[in-house]
Design a protein around this ligand. Structure first.
Ligand code: GDP
Ligand code: MG
Length: 697
């Protein structure tokens, strides 16, 4: 890291326009930076002005520096550990009160701050006037008016940031009053902390004192980890002092302190903001009277979602065909170019077919993410969360859980990888974990080919009804699972978080495209890494060890393929599993091999079934002949097929999902739990389906 390049960090509430400002400053050239100990991705770019260059960091959106969500932890840890030279605090001017709360916390930290009074156009359109010079004077902070999506004010902002960063002033925390009893407690704590030199230069003593008085668990952990006698002493002292304040004020210190911050903000806002005399009913409010209406709201919501997904399938149909044709072309080219042998087989049957099956869905995924981005950027997603909150609460979840559920395949065709990442907006860890472990039950795009195949083979008279039924079933399992987890290992109060209802906004195309691209990229990266690797491993497991020549010579065609497979590692594993799965759920060894392959990616189940049922190379989409074959196969019947559908819906999430669960929960233990939990439920459910079904069949 070059110490001479100044570092500008962008902080602000979610949706305040940080990314827009970041793009305006850097020209949207960015890369994702990794910092030790910070798992949330942080974007970084460079800004130039004349001779000067600065590194610009786009921190995750935060409402406060008292961390509740991983995003907030990441933002705070970045500020503390990386010590940027200046923070540009992007403020949504149309929501000044709520945004300035974070300002007070940045000032408590003492980092040099510049306020970008963003979305000033929206504020003005609503008749809100803000005296930016007054604000700057009262806070002692430079304030610059900006319109992020148009880049207005970005130059001035950069100049100012560079000049402040260039001074490299030391951090000077503001000394707010939090009421007499807290102030006294803080004074004592601060003195002790300074004496003990706790956490060294990294953290201003006043700030640490405040955190400890708030009894902030992250900070307490940090001090505990130091294993210093002075640290333990200070922790005991802070607990006593917090207790004292509690007895005096009859409220937790965290609440007392927050109240004073809000009071400070209210005072500032009163002096700098003027509203029009008549309080207009804004368009947003008027729209909300019917969009969040308890009767009309859900009807509109269902119509909007249904329409969006129908449209997504409709417009992605042709591009998906192109992708398929492309991979067929690539398959044929590679087959022609490479010499016969293991290499050709590995590249074509392993890598190209495996990755192609996943990448083929990219157009669908892309359009879907585009529409989800529209829902988010217009503010409508917040209304959906609001409407769903009452129902979700009954299952121990939060209204905001709806987003991960929809992205993961709530209306069929999503992907759990970005879905699980979307759970970051949940602040309560238990609600977040319950969401993370339940979304893999949703019908992601990769399960569709399996359903399509089995429905065509055994339930062809009721295709539409079956798909609808499967959607309902997957939702039911996800919700019941959430309830189960929340009343056992993730037991706890549901958070009483107020759902934010941001004003409706016309989204900008650029921001939509960026959001869409970020999620699509995640999906592509999964295809290029995990799935590529897993496809090759599966190929190897199904190819080696090879059949001894003397046994192979007497066989040809399908029979040969079958015997070869049965002799391979995968075939042998399948035979072992068959002992359990055959009596319980009716799955033979070939089905088991396909299910093992499904761990790499569920798309692989269909292609593996194609191979094991000796149809040569079966493409996931062209499975009509395979379905006929399965319909006539001994041991296959509608009951077993339905048990298999249930099993694929519920069992082990794919490798990419397990990897992202590990990343988001930061623990292999939880990732392992997800595997055992989902597969356990799948085994139980499909056994019940098969055993009861067979009684009547
Ligand atoms: P972030 O979540 O803080 O990164 O916010 P984004 O940069 O993604 O912005 C959220 C939405 O607000 C996008 O649709 C932007 O185009 C829009 N936006 C950003 N700045 C402004 C602004 O100054 N005025 C208006 N009208 N819209 C803005
Ligand atoms: Mg952003």
């Amino acid at each position: 890291m070059n110490q001479t390049i100044p570092v500008i960090a962008l902080a602000g509430n979610p949706n305040s326009g940080k990314t827009s400002i970041f793009n305006a400053l850097t020209g949207a050239r960015q890369h994702v930076a990794n910092y030790p100990g910070i798992t949330v991705e942080i974007k970084e770019g460079k800004a130039h002005s004349g001779e000067l260059t600065a590194r610009v960091i786009d921190l995750p959106g935060t409402y406060s520096l008292t961390p509740y969500s991983p995003d907030e932890v990441a933002a705070r840890d970045y500020l503390l550990e990386q010590h940027p030279d200046v923070v540009i605090h992007v403020v949504d001017s149309s929501n000044l009160e709520r945004n300035l709360y974070l300002t007070t916390q940045l000032m408590e930290l003492g980092v040099p701050v510049i306020i970008a009074l963003n979305m000033i156009d929206i504020a003005e359109a609503r008749g809100i006037r803000i005296d930016s010079e007054g604000l700057s004077r009262i806070l002692g902070i430079p304030v610059i008016r900006t319109i992020g999506n148009r880049g207005t004010g970005a130059d001035e902002l950069l100049q100012k940031a560079l000049s402040v960063a260039g001074e490299r002033t030391s951090w000077i925390p503001i000394d707010l009053s939090y009421g007499q009893s807290s102030d006294e407690a803080l004074k004592i704590l601060k003195m002790k902390i300074r004496e003990a030199k706790l956490l060294g230069d990294m953290v201003p003593p006043g700030w640490l004192a405040l955190r400890l008085l708030e009894q902030d668990s992250h900070t307490i952990n940090r001090v505990e980890k130091l294993h210093l006698p002075a640290g333990d002493e200070i922790l005991n002292l802070s607990a006593d002092l917090a207790d004292g304040v509690f007895r005096e004020m009859n409220d937790e210190t965290e609440g007392v302190i927050a109240d004073h911050r809000y009071g400070f903000v209210a005072g500032v806002v009163k002096r700098v903001k003027s509203k029009p005399a008549v309080n207009r009913v804004y368009l947003s409010d008027r729209m909300d009277t019917f969009l969040t209406n308890p009767v009309l709201g859900p009807i509109v919501m269902a119509a909007v979602l249904f329409g969006l997904f129908q449209f997504t399938f409709f417009i992605s149909d042709t591009p998906i065909t192109w992708m398929e044709e492309f991979f067929i072309w690539l398959h044929n080219i590679a087959w022609g170019v490479l010499p016969e042998g293991f290499l050709r087989s590995m590249v074509v049957n392993g890598a190209i077919d495996g990755v192609g099956g996943v990448v083929g869905f990219v157009p669908l995924i892309m359009f879907m993410f585009f529409f989800i981005a529209i829902l988010e950027d217009t503010g409508y997603m917040a209304r959906i969360a609001f409407l769903m909150d009452r129902i979700f609460r009954k299952f121990g979840l939060h209204g905001n859980s709806i987003v991960p559920f929809i992205i993961s395949g709530g209306i069929t065709g999503g992907c759990a990888v970005p879905g699980i990442m979307a759970a970051r907006t949940l602040r309560d860890p238990k609600e977040r974990f319950a969401t993370i472990f339940s979304v893999p039950f949703m019908n992601c795009g990769a399960k569709l080919p399996i359903y399509a195949l089995l429905i065509a083979a055994f339930f062809s008279a009721h295709e539409g009804t079956m798909l609808f039924l499967l959607t309902i079933i997957s939702w039911s399992f996800a919700m019941i699972s959430a309830k189960l987890l929340r009343s056992t290992i993730l037991k706890g109060e549901s958070t009483s978080f107020v759902l934010e209802l941001p004003p409706y906004r016309l989204p900008s195309l650029k921001s939509l495209l960026i959001h869409m691209w970020q999620r699509t990229w995640l999906y592509l990266r999964k295809a290029g890494t995990v799935i590529l690797f897993a496809s090759i491993v599966m190929w190897a497991l199904m190819t080696f060890p090879t059949l001894p020549l003397d046994r192979a010579s007497s066989l040809t065609g399908n029979e040969l393929a079958q015997v070869k497979l049965s002799y391979s590692f995968a075939g042998r594993a399948g035979r072992i599993f068959e002992n359990i799965t055959k009596p319980l759920m009716g799955f033979d060894w070939k089905t088991d091999v396909a299910l093992i392959g499904g761990f790499a990616a569920k798309e692989i189940v269909v292609s593996t079934l194609g191979t094991v049922y000796s149809m040569g190379e079966i493409d996931a989409e062209e499975s009509s002949s395979l379905s006929e074959r399965l319909a006539n196969e001994a041991g296959w019947n509608p009951v077993m097929a339905f048990a298999l559908i249930m099993f694929t819906m519920l069992y082990i999430p794919c490798i990419a999902t397990v990897a992202v669960i590990k990343r988001e929960t930061r623990s292999w233990k939880w990732a392992g739990f997800a595997v055992v939990y989902t597969t356990g439920i799948a085994a139980i459910v499909s056994t019940i389906v098969y055993q009861i079904g067979m009684l009547f069949y």
